[in-house]
Design a binder for this molecule. Structure first.
Ligand SMILES: Nc1ncnc2c1ncn2[C@@H]1O[C@H](COP(=O)(O)OP(=O)(O)OP(=O)(O)O)[C@@H](O)[C@H]1O
Ligand SMILES: [Mg+2]
Length: 236
């Protein structure tokens, strides 16, 4: 499967922002981009908003990803499992009395790629979040086999979280395409610069930075291409 899997050091670190920027960049180069997110929770907290850039900051993940990718996928095709309460997917599934079926996820991700040049898949929370008690985000990433981008915060605590995630991704037999630190401040402190350098060195990984984006003004977003190893793969 061509594309990228976007995970993070945890929830609310900026996965959707990064995935949307990658999806939009690919779309702007003419690629047909499909997006996928195995499960979305917390929909109760989102007011109904039109799917427009004006409302981008208030859209749930699967909707913002669709907008950024310029995709016409239906909700079900992007995020097969959607829950109202803001809970881990396995608990959301329990509360909805409908267990998550890994086969359905794999099938839906594969279907999403039909007619698309690449797939941008956002995980849920961090890398070891359970989709079911015995099928984690890691297992879906492994089934899809795409390089993994790890999204992390630039500040205190990020070295440990990021190195643990790098280790987890590599232990799963997957390639870490890069780490993206977000939102990267205009005037980074000594700590933030040191975090970036330390993660690059100890993780033997490429570290990119993403400045704060105005979600409602995508024309001002920087271009973020696919990560290096994947670009080489596509060129081959
Ligand atoms: N570069 C950035 N520019 C603007 N906002 C950012 C940036 N990075 C992170 N944020 C903000 O951080 C918050 C979390 O971002 P986001 O929703 O992308 O996280 P997430 O990891 O996808 O969360 P979840 O686990 O809920 O899927 C949002 O309010 C988002 O706007
Ligand atoms: Mg998200």
């Amino acid at each position: 499967m061509r594309g990228e899997f976007i995970t993070g050091t945890g929830t609310e670190v900026g996965k959707t922002v990064v995935a949307a920027a990658i999806a939009r960049t690919a779309r702007m180069t003419g690629a047909r981009v499909a997006v996928f997110k195995p499960a979305v929770s917390g929909l109760d907290e989102y007011p109904l908003r039109p799917e427009t850039w004006e409302c981008a900051a208030e859209l749930p993940d699967h909707v913002l990803l669709r907008l950024a990718a310029g995709s016409s996928q239906a909700d079900d095709e992007i995020a097969p499992y959607r829950y109202g309460p803001p809970v881990s997917p396995h608990l959301g599934a329990e509360l909805a009395s409908e267990p998550i079926d890994p086969d359905r996820l794999r099938g839906a991700a594969l279907e999403a790629t039909e007619g698309a040049d690449l797939l941008i898949c956002e995980g849920v929370g961090g890398f070891l979040v359970p989709l079911t008690t015995d099928y984690l985000v890691r297992d879906l990433a492994r089934d899809l086999g795409m390089p993994v981008t790890i999204v992390a915060s630039p500040g205190l605590g990020t070295i440990n979280h990021t190195l643990l995630t790098i280790e987890g991704v590599r232990d799963a037999g997957l390639q870490v395409g890069r780490v993206v630190l977000t939102p990267w401040p205009e005037a980074p402190s000594l700590l933030e610069v040191s975090n970036r350098e330390t993660i690059a060195e100890l993780g033997s990984v490429r570290v990119e930075m993403l400045f704060h984006l105005d979600l409602t003004a995508p024309e001002r977003w920087p271009a973020i291409g696919l990560s290096e190893p994947e670009r080489r793969l596509r060129a081959a």
